[in-house]
Design a protein around this ligand. Sequence first.
Ligand code: HEM
Length: 255
Amino acid sequence: MTVRYSDGTRLPTIPDNDPARSGPRGMAVRFHLGEHNHTDIIAQSTKSFPVRTGEEFLEFIHAVTEFGAGRPEAFGSFLATHPNAKRFVETAKPIPTSFAREAFFAVTSFQFTNADGVRRHGQFRIRPEAGTQYLSNEDAAAKSNNFLFDEIGQRLAKEQVKLGVFVQMAEPGDDVADASVTWPDNRTEIPFGTIILTARVDDQVPERRKIIFDPLPRVDGIDSSGDPLTDGRSDIYLLSGRRRRTASGDASRAA
Ligand code: HEM
Protein backbone atom coordinates (compact mmCIF):
# COMPACT_ATOMS: atom_id res chain seq x y z
CA MET A 1 0.00 0.00 0.00
CA THR A 2 1.24 3.49 -0.77
CA VAL A 3 -0.21 6.57 0.95
CA ARG A 4 0.31 10.13 -0.26
CA TYR A 5 -0.55 12.95 2.14
CA SER A 6 -1.07 16.50 0.91
CA ASP A 7 -1.96 19.97 2.10
CA GLY A 8 -5.16 21.55 0.81
CA THR A 9 -5.44 24.06 -2.07
CA ARG A 10 -3.79 23.68 -5.44
CA LEU A 11 -0.55 25.38 -4.38
CA PRO A 12 2.43 23.02 -4.00
CA THR A 13 4.23 25.66 -1.89
CA ILE A 14 1.42 26.14 0.64
CA PRO A 15 2.91 26.07 4.17
CA ASP A 16 1.79 23.29 6.54
CA ASN A 17 1.50 25.72 9.45
CA ASP A 18 -0.58 28.71 8.25
CA PRO A 19 -4.01 28.63 9.96
CA ALA A 20 -5.32 31.37 7.63
CA ARG A 21 -4.66 29.20 4.57
CA SER A 22 -5.51 25.80 6.05
CA GLY A 23 -7.57 23.90 3.48
CA PRO A 24 -8.64 20.28 3.82
CA ARG A 25 -5.60 18.02 3.96
CA GLY A 26 -5.55 15.08 1.57
CA MET A 27 -4.82 11.39 1.99
CA ALA A 28 -4.65 9.21 -1.09
CA VAL A 29 -4.24 5.45 -0.62
CA ARG A 30 -3.17 3.00 -3.29
CA PHE A 31 -3.73 -0.72 -2.79
CA HIS A 32 -1.19 -2.54 -4.97
CA LEU A 33 -3.16 -5.64 -5.98
CA GLY A 34 -0.73 -6.96 -8.57
CA GLU A 35 1.39 -5.89 -11.52
CA HIS A 36 -0.40 -2.88 -13.12
CA ASN A 37 -3.41 -3.66 -10.96
CA HIS A 38 -4.48 -1.32 -8.19
CA THR A 39 -7.40 0.45 -6.57
CA ASP A 40 -7.39 3.67 -4.58
CA ILE A 41 -9.19 5.58 -1.84
CA ILE A 42 -8.91 9.36 -2.10
CA ALA A 43 -9.94 11.21 1.05
CA GLN A 44 -9.82 14.69 2.53
CA SER A 45 -10.00 16.00 6.08
CA THR A 46 -13.39 17.75 5.82
CA LYS A 47 -16.61 15.74 5.81
CA SER A 48 -18.02 17.22 2.62
CA PHE A 49 -17.03 18.87 -0.65
CA PRO A 50 -18.18 22.44 -1.41
CA VAL A 51 -20.26 21.57 -4.49
CA ARG A 52 -22.14 18.72 -6.17
CA THR A 53 -20.98 18.93 -9.81
CA GLY A 54 -17.83 19.63 -11.82
CA GLU A 55 -19.46 22.70 -13.41
CA GLU A 56 -20.20 24.16 -9.98
CA PHE A 57 -16.64 23.39 -8.89
CA LEU A 58 -15.32 25.40 -11.86
CA GLU A 59 -17.55 28.33 -10.82
CA PHE A 60 -16.30 27.96 -7.24
CA ILE A 61 -12.64 27.98 -8.36
CA HIS A 62 -13.22 31.07 -10.55
CA ALA A 63 -14.87 32.85 -7.61
CA VAL A 64 -11.99 31.87 -5.27
CA THR A 65 -9.47 33.15 -7.83
CA GLU A 66 -11.32 36.47 -8.05
CA PHE A 67 -11.31 36.65 -4.26
CA GLY A 68 -7.55 36.04 -4.22
CA ALA A 69 -7.12 38.87 -6.73
CA GLY A 70 -8.81 41.31 -4.34
CA ARG A 71 -12.29 41.09 -5.92
CA PRO A 72 -14.46 39.35 -3.30
CA GLU A 73 -17.89 40.09 -4.87
CA ALA A 74 -18.14 36.95 -7.05
CA PHE A 75 -17.18 34.71 -4.11
CA GLY A 76 -19.74 36.41 -1.87
CA SER A 77 -22.54 35.90 -4.37
CA PHE A 78 -21.48 32.29 -5.07
CA LEU A 79 -21.66 31.47 -1.35
CA ALA A 80 -25.00 33.27 -1.03
CA THR A 81 -26.53 30.94 -3.63
CA HIS A 82 -24.66 27.75 -2.62
CA PRO A 83 -25.31 27.05 1.07
CA ASN A 84 -23.27 23.80 1.09
CA ALA A 85 -20.24 25.68 -0.25
CA LYS A 86 -20.78 28.33 2.45
CA ARG A 87 -20.87 25.61 5.12
CA PHE A 88 -17.69 24.04 3.69
CA VAL A 89 -15.87 27.40 3.69
CA GLU A 90 -16.99 28.17 7.24
CA THR A 91 -16.12 24.71 8.64
CA ALA A 92 -13.04 24.88 10.86
CA LYS A 93 -10.01 23.15 9.33
CA PRO A 94 -7.66 23.00 12.32
CA ILE A 95 -4.07 21.97 11.67
CA PRO A 96 -3.27 18.52 13.12
CA THR A 97 -0.20 17.74 15.22
CA SER A 98 0.66 15.11 12.59
CA PHE A 99 -0.76 13.63 9.39
CA ALA A 100 -0.98 10.50 11.57
CA ARG A 101 -3.43 12.28 13.94
CA GLU A 102 -5.87 13.52 11.26
CA ALA A 103 -9.17 11.93 10.18
CA PHE A 104 -10.02 11.64 6.49
CA PHE A 105 -13.33 11.33 4.62
CA ALA A 106 -13.69 10.03 1.08
CA VAL A 107 -16.81 12.21 0.67
CA THR A 108 -17.89 10.33 -2.46
CA SER A 109 -20.33 7.44 -1.92
CA PHE A 110 -19.99 4.07 -3.60
CA GLN A 111 -22.35 1.18 -4.12
CA PHE A 112 -21.06 -1.91 -2.27
CA THR A 113 -22.32 -5.35 -3.35
CA ASN A 114 -21.83 -8.35 -1.05
CA ALA A 115 -21.39 -12.02 -2.02
CA ASP A 116 -25.19 -12.53 -1.97
CA GLY A 117 -25.71 -9.64 -4.38
CA VAL A 118 -27.12 -7.31 -1.70
CA ARG A 119 -26.35 -3.67 -2.49
CA ARG A 120 -25.83 -0.83 -0.02
CA HIS A 121 -24.28 2.59 -0.38
CA GLY A 122 -21.49 3.85 1.82
CA GLN A 123 -18.53 6.21 2.15
CA PHE A 124 -14.98 5.45 3.28
CA ARG A 125 -13.63 7.15 6.39
CA ILE A 126 -10.12 6.76 7.81
CA ARG A 127 -9.26 7.48 11.45
CA PRO A 128 -6.03 7.09 13.43
CA GLU A 129 -6.27 4.48 16.20
CA ALA A 130 -4.51 7.00 18.47
CA GLY A 131 -7.32 9.52 17.77
CA THR A 132 -7.23 12.95 16.16
CA GLN A 133 -5.17 15.75 17.69
CA TYR A 134 -5.10 19.38 16.59
CA LEU A 135 -2.98 22.46 17.26
CA SER A 136 -4.27 25.85 18.35
CA ASN A 137 -3.72 28.55 15.70
CA GLU A 138 -0.90 30.01 17.83
CA ASP A 139 0.86 26.65 18.23
CA ALA A 140 0.46 25.91 14.51
CA ALA A 141 1.93 29.27 13.51
CA ALA A 142 4.98 28.51 15.68
CA LYS A 143 5.74 25.32 13.69
CA SER A 144 7.90 25.21 10.56
CA ASN A 145 6.50 25.45 7.01
CA ASN A 146 7.10 21.79 6.34
CA PHE A 147 6.50 20.36 9.79
CA LEU A 148 3.82 17.83 8.81
CA PHE A 149 5.96 16.23 6.11
CA ASP A 150 9.03 16.27 8.37
CA GLU A 151 7.14 14.86 11.35
CA ILE A 152 5.66 11.83 9.59
CA GLY A 153 9.15 10.62 8.62
CA GLN A 154 10.49 11.06 12.16
CA ARG A 155 7.45 9.29 13.62
CA LEU A 156 7.63 6.33 11.25
CA ALA A 157 11.35 5.88 11.98
CA LYS A 158 10.28 5.14 15.58
CA GLU A 159 6.85 3.53 15.38
CA GLN A 160 4.17 2.16 13.10
CA VAL A 161 0.95 4.12 12.64
CA LYS A 162 -2.38 2.27 12.61
CA LEU A 163 -5.36 3.79 10.86
CA GLY A 164 -8.84 2.29 10.92
CA VAL A 165 -10.79 2.24 7.66
CA PHE A 166 -14.58 2.32 8.03
CA VAL A 167 -17.53 2.51 5.69
CA GLN A 168 -20.30 4.85 6.84
CA MET A 169 -23.52 3.25 5.58
CA ALA A 170 -26.34 5.25 4.00
CA GLU A 171 -29.92 4.89 5.23
CA PRO A 172 -32.93 5.20 2.93
CA GLY A 173 -33.39 8.87 2.07
CA ASP A 174 -29.68 9.78 2.35
CA ASP A 175 -28.42 11.44 -0.82
CA VAL A 176 -25.74 9.09 -2.21
CA ALA A 177 -24.91 11.21 -5.26
CA ASP A 178 -24.09 14.55 -3.67
CA ALA A 179 -20.63 14.97 -2.09
CA SER A 180 -21.61 18.42 -0.79
CA VAL A 181 -24.00 16.99 1.83
CA THR A 182 -23.15 15.02 4.96
CA TRP A 183 -25.24 12.22 6.41
CA PRO A 184 -26.13 12.29 10.10
CA ASP A 185 -23.19 11.25 12.28
CA ASN A 186 -25.18 8.39 13.87
CA ARG A 187 -25.14 6.33 10.66
CA THR A 188 -23.66 2.83 11.17
CA GLU A 189 -19.95 2.54 10.42
CA ILE A 190 -18.69 -0.88 9.33
CA PRO A 191 -15.02 -1.63 10.06
CA PHE A 192 -13.39 -2.28 6.68
CA GLY A 193 -9.76 -2.86 7.64
CA THR A 194 -6.62 -1.36 9.12
CA ILE A 195 -3.89 0.54 7.32
CA ILE A 196 -0.48 0.16 8.99
CA LEU A 197 2.07 2.75 7.93
CA THR A 198 5.55 1.33 8.39
CA ALA A 199 8.02 3.65 6.64
CA ARG A 200 8.35 7.06 5.04
CA VAL A 201 9.49 6.45 1.48
CA ASP A 202 11.16 8.85 -0.93
CA ASP A 203 8.31 10.54 -2.78
CA GLN A 204 10.66 12.03 -5.38
CA VAL A 205 11.71 8.79 -7.03
CA PRO A 206 10.24 8.57 -10.55
CA GLU A 207 7.93 5.60 -9.92
CA ARG A 208 6.26 7.39 -7.01
CA ARG A 209 6.20 10.86 -8.58
CA LYS A 210 4.26 9.43 -11.48
CA ILE A 211 1.48 7.92 -9.34
CA ILE A 212 -1.87 9.33 -10.43
CA PHE A 213 -4.63 8.39 -8.03
CA ASP A 214 -7.95 7.30 -9.47
CA PRO A 215 -11.21 8.43 -7.82
CA LEU A 216 -13.14 5.39 -9.12
CA PRO A 217 -12.48 2.04 -7.37
CA ARG A 218 -11.29 -0.68 -9.77
CA VAL A 219 -12.45 -3.81 -7.90
CA ASP A 220 -15.51 -6.00 -8.26
CA GLY A 221 -18.25 -5.14 -5.79
CA ILE A 222 -17.51 -1.42 -5.37
CA ASP A 223 -19.13 0.79 -8.02
CA SER A 224 -20.03 4.41 -8.67
CA SER A 225 -23.13 5.63 -6.85
CA GLY A 226 -23.98 7.96 -9.74
CA ASP A 227 -22.24 10.92 -8.05
CA PRO A 228 -21.59 13.31 -10.97
CA LEU A 229 -18.09 14.13 -9.66
CA THR A 230 -16.79 10.58 -9.94
CA ASP A 231 -16.33 10.01 -13.67
CA GLY A 232 -15.18 13.53 -14.50
CA ARG A 233 -12.58 13.36 -11.77
CA SER A 234 -10.96 10.21 -13.16
CA ASP A 235 -10.37 11.98 -16.50
CA ILE A 236 -9.19 15.20 -14.86
CA TYR A 237 -6.73 13.47 -12.51
CA LEU A 238 -5.25 11.65 -15.48
CA LEU A 239 -4.85 14.90 -17.42
CA SER A 240 -3.36 16.67 -14.42
CA GLY A 241 -1.01 13.80 -13.62
CA ARG A 242 0.22 13.70 -17.21
CA ARG A 243 0.96 17.43 -17.05
CA ARG A 244 2.82 16.86 -13.80
CA ARG A 245 4.87 14.08 -15.37
CA THR A 246 5.83 16.35 -18.26
CA ALA A 247 6.72 19.18 -15.89
CA SER A 248 8.94 16.94 -13.75
CA GLY A 249 10.60 15.65 -16.94
CA ASP A 250 11.42 19.25 -17.85
CA ALA A 251 12.73 19.94 -14.35
CA SER A 252 15.08 16.96 -14.41
CA ARG A 253 16.35 17.91 -17.87
CA ALA A 254 16.99 21.44 -16.63
CA ALA A 255 18.90 20.07 -13.63
C1 HEM B 1 -14.87 18.27 -9.73
C2 HEM B 1 -14.27 17.98 -8.60
C3 HEM B 1 -12.78 17.80 -8.45
C4 HEM B 1 -11.77 18.17 -9.30
C5 HEM B 1 -11.88 18.88 -10.65
C6 HEM B 1 -10.53 17.75 -8.69
C7 HEM B 1 -9.28 17.91 -9.24
C8 HEM B 1 -8.11 17.40 -8.76
C9 HEM B 1 -6.84 17.38 -9.45
C10 HEM B 1 -6.61 17.96 -10.83
C11 HEM B 1 -5.94 16.78 -8.66
C12 HEM B 1 -4.45 16.51 -8.96
C13 HEM B 1 -4.30 15.11 -9.52
C14 HEM B 1 -2.86 14.78 -9.92
O1 HEM B 1 -2.16 15.65 -10.47
O2 HEM B 1 -2.41 13.61 -9.71
C15 HEM B 1 -6.63 16.42 -7.44
C16 HEM B 1 -6.04 15.80 -6.38
C17 HEM B 1 -6.71 15.48 -5.23
N1 HEM B 1 -8.06 15.62 -4.97
FE1 HEM B 1 -9.42 16.38 -6.21
N2 HEM B 1 -10.80 17.16 -7.48
C18 HEM B 1 -12.17 17.16 -7.31
C19 HEM B 1 -12.86 16.62 -6.24
C20 HEM B 1 -12.28 16.07 -5.13
C21 HEM B 1 -13.01 15.51 -4.03
C22 HEM B 1 -14.54 15.35 -3.93
C23 HEM B 1 -12.10 15.09 -3.13
C24 HEM B 1 -12.44 14.45 -1.82
C25 HEM B 1 -11.84 13.42 -1.33
C26 HEM B 1 -10.76 15.38 -3.67
C27 HEM B 1 -9.55 15.11 -3.06
C28 HEM B 1 -8.31 15.16 -3.70
C29 HEM B 1 -7.06 14.73 -3.10
C30 HEM B 1 -6.86 14.17 -1.69
C31 HEM B 1 -6.06 14.91 -4.06
C32 HEM B 1 -4.55 14.60 -3.93
C33 HEM B 1 -4.32 13.18 -4.48
C34 HEM B 1 -2.84 12.86 -4.63
O3 HEM B 1 -2.13 12.80 -3.62
O4 HEM B 1 -2.42 12.68 -5.78
N3 HEM B 1 -10.93 15.98 -4.89
N4 HEM B 1 -7.94 16.82 -7.52
